[in-house]
Design a protein around this ligand. Structure first.
Ligand SMILES: Nc1ncnc2c1ncn2[C@@H]1O[C@H](COP(=O)(O)OP(=O)(O)OP(=O)(O)O)[C@@H](O)[C@H]1O
Length: 249
């Protein structure tokens, strides 16, 4: 992808100047006879906010899971920070799944302790600040929360890691439109400098001004990718309209 990385710390520059932060070559994932990712190539530089768009079932979640190191049954080459999926790549990645794996009955406070135990790079104070900023109470149980409230807790947990790559799978689908801007601001405000964020979403319009670049997928392949500003200039239309146009063609 033709992108210009943001400034980054000198120690990070070495790793990313010659190699993309995320690099995928010929990635194929099959569930039985169904092909979810089909010989997919992708390179994501550091310091970017990238939207992962595409129709239902085109492979977005499968790609994120594979990058997160949660799905090992693939062919092709995957590198995150130069590492194949495994303990070293996982240490660099904060992944927010589309379905929460947190137990329903626990309190938010327990989730903070859990993340603190699980991830060496988890910043509990930062997560607390985000959760309070969303107006949520740490003593609440997850099962007492609405979908949108739970999403805010999950976003806070995911963004409070000092990760290099943030993989967010539809992080704000349950958040009301008025609150989406606020949650996006918090996501971006908590992005570590030099880190990249890959966010799978159907809310193209809501994220349009937030994204540096997009990857549009179809049938397990990359259909279109590029800088949002370049695509808008080239097509003379909004990202939302471009998305609809490429899907109609
Ligand atoms: N565990 C699974 N077992 C079998 N097939 C699966 C499984 N998970 C996904 N698939 C299939 O793989 C394909 C890609 O699914 P995936 O969830 O990656 O799509 P997606 O782009 O994230 O969709 P959505 O926008 O609806 O979340 C689909 O055809 C889906 O039916």
């Amino acid at each position: 992808m033709a992108t210009t990385p943001l400034p980054m710390a000198p120690e990070e520059a070495t790793m990313t100047s010659e190699h993309a932060l995320v690099s995928v070559r010929g990635l194929t994932v099959r569930y039985g006879t169904r092909t979810a990712l089909d010989d997919l190539d992708l390179e994501l530089p550091a310091g970017r906010i990238i939207g992962l768009l595409g129709e239902n079932g085109c492979g977005k979640s499968t790609l994120l899971k594979t990058l997160a190191g949660l799905y090992a049954d693939y062919t092709g080459e995957v590198r995150v920070g130069g590492h194949a999926p495994g303990p070293r790549s996982k240490a660099l990645v904060s992944y927010l799944p589309d379905r929460s794996s947190l137990p329903d009955h626990v309190r938010v406070r327990y989730c903070l302790d859990l993340f603190s135990d699980m991830f060496a790079d988890f910043d509990t104070a930062k997560a607390r600040e985000m959760i309070a900023g969303f107006g949520l109470d740490e003593s609440m149980r997850l099962k007492e929360m609405s979908k949108g409230m739970r999403e805010k807790v999950q976003v806070s947990l995911a963004m409070a890691r000092r990760a290099r790559v943030f993989l967010l799978d539809e992080p704000i689908s349950g958040v009301d439109p008025a609150a989406r801007d606020g949650i996006l601001d918090r996501i971006l405000g908590n992005l570590e400098p030099g880190s990249s964020l890959l966010v799978a979403t159907h809310l193209v319009h809501d994220l349009e001004t937030t994204l540096d670049s997009v990857v549009i997928m179809r049938h397990g392949k990359v259909l279109l990718e590029g800088e949002v500003d370049d695509l808008r200039a080239e097509h003379g239309s909004s990202l939302d309209q471009i998305f609809r146009k490429v899907y109609r063609s």
